[in-house]
Design a protein around this ligand. Structure first.
Ligand code: UD1
Ligand code: UDP
Length: 373
């Protein structure tokens, strides 16, 4: 039998960890591979929450997060730190996911060493390099470098082919986010306590409809965040609604939300939820307001309407399927669209249908076979 392939998987944030743990679980159990893991820890607490629940123990932890870090400072540290790990590990493949600074720098450091890069969640494009910022450019850089492009959907694969990426290197695999959602749902079914921590809130808000909120996009900092906060304040004035808002640890998000929303009766501003508790929130909410990428993929799979607080999306599939709607960050528009869903049963029913444009939960196995091939 030939030597096992050495795979170095590199990531640094909460969503990358969620979307990579299914692949890491698969690689760990397969003798064709030696799976090594390097976290940049571009996120700290929010990354550690996912490592803990998924049982992933990194071989390298660069512990790079700084409070309110800048894009250039972070990227410089990533490039040198990840490069050192690659020199030590000499992998056959470097795997990166999505569009974060860690993913982009990981791809670049691998390219500098002529190590082939596999890109998980390849081909997402909004067509606007300022929305989302800086993710659109990060993805394009990775797309230029990667030797294997694992596109979640045919739309994403087509975007890569339009950019003249070698079509034989592009594969439609689905998105591992669905694998992760299935895994966590099964874990919660085995051990209910894992997601029992919202019980107090559920009791406090009994009889009200829960609107889940997440927000963190850099391009929304400042005016956009203020406007999102104003919309939530107005929605929370309704006595049939409660807002559950796990606030991202980025200080640019927290300062605004604390200043505008702390202490309101119908608003629970809470710490980031670990993944099982966030899955529970998706389960109990009536609708989600979000600017998150991952939540736009999870909510349609669960049939939860999502109002996407962005100007553009690189995930048109949820919108096309009818479960997601782009509403931007204008407060009047957010409130009007949310109230329409809350007050018009037919409008709600039209959006609240489960769709799975992002895969069947078997994406990790497909990617593993591509890495073996
Ligand atoms: C990053 C990614 C973004 C991704 C998002 C997911 C980049 C440029 N941005 O954005 O693409 O959608 O993660 O959440 O790669 N912080 C903590 N603890 C944590 C995490 C963050 O305190 O566990 C605070 C720190 O002050 C940190 C700041 O948040 O400096 C920003 O973190 P950073 O990773 O740079 O950006 P995000 O906005 O989280
Ligand atoms: N998530 C979580 N806890 C939270 C908020 C989100 O576990 O309090 C999960 C969510 O289920 C999704 C992912 O984090 O899988 C999305 O991460 P985020 O919104 O930070 O990043 P994005 O997807 O926008 O890059």
């Amino acid at each position: 039998m030939s030597e096992p392939r050495r795979i170095l998987t590199v990531f640094g944030t909460r969503p990358e960890a969620i979307k990579l743990f299914p692949l890491l679980h698969a690689l760990q159990g397969d003798a064709r591979f030696v799976s090594r893991v390097c976290v940049s820890a571009q996120h700290r607490g929010m990354l550690d929450q996912v490592l803990a629940i998924s049982g992933i123990v990194p071989h390298h932890d660069l512990d790079l997060m700084q409070p309110d870090q800048t894009l250039d400072g972070l990227t410089a540290n990533l490039l040198t730190g990840l490069g050192r790990v690659m020199d030590e590990e000499t992998p056959d493949w470097v795997v990166v996911q999505g569009d974060t600074a860690t993913a982009m720098a990981g791809a670049l450091a691998a390219y500098y060493r002529k190590i082939p890069v596999a890109h998980v969640e390849a081909g997402l494009r909004s067509g606007n390099i300022h929305h989302p910022w800086p993710e659109e450019v990060n993805r394009k850089i990775i797309g230029t470098i990667a030797a294997l492009h694992c596109a979640p959907t045919e739309t994403a694969a087509a975007a890569l082919r339009r950019e003249n990426v070698d079509p034989t290197a592009v594969h439609v695999t689905g998105n591992t986010v669905i694998d992760a959602l299935h895994w966590i749902t099964a874990r919660i079914a085995e051990e209910r306590e894992l997601a029992a921590g919202l019980a107090e809130l559920e009791q406090r808000f009994a009889g009200k409809r829960i609107v889940g909120v997440t927000s963190h996009r850099r391009e929304n900092f400042g005016e956009g965040m203020q406007s999102i906060a104003a919309a939530i304040r107005r929605l929370a004035a309704r006595d049939d609604v409660a807002i559950v808002f796990p606030v991202h640890l980025n200080p640019n998000v927290r300062q605004v939300m604390d200043a505008e929303l702390a202490g309101l009766d119908n608003v629970a501003l809470i710490e980031p939820l670990d993944y099982p508790h966030f899955a529970r929130l998706l389960d109990i909410c009536t609708l989600m307001l979000t600017d998150s990428g991952g939540v736009q993929e999870e909510a349609p799979a669960l049939g939860k309407p999502v109002l996407v607080m962005r100007e553009t999306t690189e995930r048109p599939e949820g919108v096309e399927a009818g479960t997601a709607k782009l509403v931007g960050t204008d407060a009047d528009r957010i409130v009007a669209e949310a109230e329409r869903l809350l007050d018009d049963e037919a409008a709600y029913a039209a959006m609240a249908r489960a769709h799975n444009p992002f895969g069947d939960g078997k994406t990790a196995a497909r990617i593993m076979e591509l890495l073996a091939g």
